[in-house]
Design a protein around this ligand. Structure first.
Ligand code: CAA
Ligand code: FAD
Length: 380
């Protein structure tokens, strides 16, 4: 067992750290305040290979492993979780699904552009009446011979207003339940496809979240991903990898808050000494660091499982469940260590605290992760 990063992994981590510090940090407060999608930065992340980290270079990707992806996600998330969720959705939910299950034609047409950042992708599973209960899809895709007609509403879609390519999950045969669900590629601008207003959110405010409406959207049969009826399993497999990305995001948010809290506690004085010398503060730092390291082990184990070709449904759920709790708990503590300064924007920790909450909700709530983990334990 080797807990050390390879030289290559260290280089990737350092490149992501430099990008986060030099490019993401300068405008992060303003983007959060104005809910500004970081379009130019997305382009730069594409140039660095961050948008198709694990994609085969023959489709324009970086050909790296999941550990590299985790390192990139962690470093970006220490500074800007709005930027990192764009990276996460594009990599895990869009590129992965297309590469693993798409046809050669679909890969040539879409994956090559998504992996380089020329296109941005979105993944559309959630609906007003089907969030956690994802098998209860109300959006329908009716087989019309040579095409499907899609009707329905998707909500909470990340990159919703900015994407070029949307992976849409829909019910093609209600009688077959989860076996009557399919995944489709829908291009922006397709007739009948409407993008609703942007959500005004608590956190990850630079990320673009929209409701999408599909009114008789005509999709050629060649836009279906995988065999007929495989869409729900496609979504679940895709989400297992996605959960590693969000777990790494949570790890980064917690780590970013910890680093700021440590630095502040060594500078700020109260009662004649730096506040880190008060045991109540020192013990918070000890708890933060220990929990972050524990979360890192779970996140890396899930990434390693995926890289080894082993099952990662359970390990990714465990990583997300734990890392998101650590992010929530310790961003609150980071605000506490900053005292009044923690409550204002320029110290960054209040934003990290607001951003942390979403990691317990999207890509399956913490309750859903417990369902995935416990079912797996009982099956084993
Ligand atoms: N791999 C392959 N197949 C799977 C699977 C997996 N990981 N998980 C389930 N399946 C299969 C099951 O084996 C079952 O097949 P059979 O009928 O042949 O046995 C079928 O799928 C249905 O599974 P369940 O009976 O387990 O379905 P369920 O209704 O009990 O729901 C659930 C399972 C785990 C709760 C699932 O609905 C779920 O994950 N919900 C959460 C949805 C979610 O995570 N949404 C995220 C949206 S994307 C997002 O959020 C992005 C973002 O923010 C950035
Ligand atoms: P509900 O399913 O209504 O759950 C409400 C509460 O009940 C939760 O606490 C939940 O854990 C609990 N609950 C539900 N069922 C059970 C159960 N069986 N046992 C125990 N507790 C249960 N979706 C996409 O498809 N694509 C995206 O890009 C995307 N991006 C998002 C971005 C943001 C900012 C947000 C807020 C959401 C995003 N989502 C996206 C949707 C997200 O995945 C869902 O919000 C999430 O899966 C929960 O669904 P829900 O909101 O309908 O909550």
């Amino acid at each position: 067992m080797n807990f050390n990063l390879s030289e290559e992994h260290k280089l990737i981590r350092d490149a992501a750290r430099d990008f986060a510090q030099n490019e993401l940090l300068p405008g992060v407060i303003e983007r959060d305040e104005k809910q500004h999608f970081p379009k130019e930065l997305v382009k730069k992340m594409g140039d660095l290979g961050f948008l198709g980290v694990m994609v085969d270079p023959k489709y324009g990707g970086s050909g790296m492993d999941t550990i590299s992806y985790v390192l990139i996600m962690e470093e970006l998330s220490k500074v800007d979780a709005s930027a990192s969720v764009i990276v996460s959705v594009n990599n895990s939910l869009v590129c992965y699904g297309l590469e693993a299950y798409g046809t050669e034609e679909q890969k040539e047409k879409y994956l090559t552009k998504l992996a380089t950042g020329e296109f941005v992708g979105a993944f559309c599973l959630s609906e007003p009446e089907a969030g956690s209960d994802a098998t209860s899809q109300r959006t329908t895709a009716i087989d019309q011979g040579d095409h499907y007609l899609i009707n329905g509403t998707k909500n909470w879609i990340t990159n919703g207003g900015r994407a070029d390519v949307y992976i849409v999950i829909a019910q093609t045969d209600r009688d077959k339940g989860s076996h009557g669900i399919n995944a489709f590629i829908v291009e922006k601008g397709t007739e009948g496809f409407h993008i609703g207003p942007k959500e005004d959110k608590l956190g990850i405010r630079g990320s673009d979240t929209h409701t999408l409406q599909f009114n008789d959207v005509k999709i050629p049969k060649t836009q279906r991903i995988g065999p007929n009826g495989s869409g729900f399993r496609f979504a679940m497999k895709t989400l297992s990898g996605g959960r590693i990305g969000i777990a790494a995001q949570a790890l980064g948010i917690a780590g970013g808050a910890y680093e700021l809290a440590l630095k502040y506690s060594k500078q700020r004085k109260a009662f004649g000494t730096e506040i880190c010398n008060h045991q109540a503060i020192a013990f918070k730092l000890a708890d933060m660091y220990t929990d972050i390291e524990a979360a890192r082990m779970l996140v890396m184990k899930a990434a390693w499982d995926k890289d080894q070709g082993q099952s990662y449904d359970k390990s990714s759920a465990m990583a997300k469940l734990y890392a998101s709790q650590v992010a929530m708990d310790h961003t609150v503590e980071a605000v506490q260590i900053h005292g009044g300064n923690g409550f204002v924007k320029e110290y960054h920790v209040e934003r990290l605290m607001r951003d942390a909450k979403i990691t317990q909700i999207y890509e399956g709530t913490s309750e859903i992760q417990k369902i995935v983990i416990s079912r797996s334990l009982i099956r084993e």
